[in-house]
Design a protein. Structure first.
Length: 296
């Protein structure tokens, strides 16, 4: 089986996991369950749960304890996209090739759908405590990582600085701060949780965090490149949105060629450190490179 076939198979397995953990749409509040499902099952690369799963396997993880965390991670990522698309934020009407949640369900339900996904993510992750043979310390540590990397010291912290910087020129240092928190934090969280749940030690977990930090930064710089060079048909979302919102990006800061060179440097360093962990198969390395060098 080649890499693309293997990736497709894993993505389909993740889709099944996500469906299994979604709440059933029933009761007076069923509209919010429908909006959550619309948002979560809109497609996408499933990058974060896949990275979590592969890192879990890298350190010899077996069993289903990682699955509620995979679902929770994608719920948190999806909630952030739902809120990013709102009129008060990026004001985008398309995401993953179809209408955004607030366009379909209204701005009020768009806000509540994001809230619901964030809260339900922690309900979902906590189900790991109920599994047989659960290592409570590992699950507890994973919960801490999930919460911190999604919060004010992680993704939300980066979003705050990003939103406040809209329409004004910012320094490269501030831009990197935004990228490391807004994009990198959840990628770090995904890989670190996979490592922790599988029993990786502190040094190994720190190595995974460094790898993920470089992957996250390269991923975001590539996103900036695609916003300039891509097409809406391929990307599934509007292009030049950063320009429309007058945002400083790595491309506006360093230029297109320097941005491409930085993506190459970061990806090379990440892969070299990953190889130092002696993965049993090359899938994780190929996954990192395919995501960094993606066209959508």
């Amino acid at each position: 089986m080649n890499f693309r076939e293997e990736q497709k198979q894993r993505t389909e397995q993740i889709e099944q996991i996500l469906r299994r953990f979604l709440p059933e749409a029933k009761g007076e509040q069923r509209l919010i369950m429908e909006a959550m499902e619309y948002s979560l099952l809109a497609g996408g690369k499933r990058l974060r749960p896949m990275l979590m799963w592969e890192t879990y396997r890298l350190f010899g993880g077996k069993g289903s304890v990682v699955e509620p965390f995979m679902a929770a991670m994608e719920m948190i990522h999806t909630y952030s996209l739902v809120h990013d698309d709102l009129p008060a934020m990026d004001n985008d009407e398309y995401r993953r090739g179809r209408k955004t949640t607030h366009v379909v369900y209204g701005e009020d339900m768009g806000i509540l759908a994001g809230d619901a996904l964030l809260n339900y993510a922690f309900e979902t992750a906590s189900q790991a405590f109920d599994l047989e043979d659960t290592d409570f310390l590992r699950v507890g540590k994973a919960m801490q990582i999930l919460a911190k990397k999604a919060g004010i010291y992680g993704m939300i912290g980066g979003q705050v600085v990003d939103v406040k910087a809209a329409g004004e020129a910012i320094s490269g240092e501030k831009l990197l701060f935004i990228y490391e928190l807004k994009t990198g934090a959840l990628i770090e969280s995904a890989m670190m949780i996979g490592a922790v749940l599988a029993g990786a030690d502190e040094a190994q977990t720190a190595s995974v965090e460094r790898i993920a930090k470089k992957v996250g930064l390269a991923f975001q710089i590539q996103d900036d490149i695609l916003d300039v060079t891509g097409s809406q048909e391929v990307l599934g979302k509007p292009i030049h949105s950063d320009e429309k919102n007058e945002k400083t990006t790595y491309v506006t800061w360093k230029g297109l060629e320097a941005s491409r060179a930085e993506v190459e440097r970061l990806s090379k360093e990440a892969v070299e450190e990953l190889r130092g962990l002696k993965p049993a198969d090359p899938f994780l390395e190929e996954l990192l490179l395919s995501l960094i060098h993606r066209e959508k």
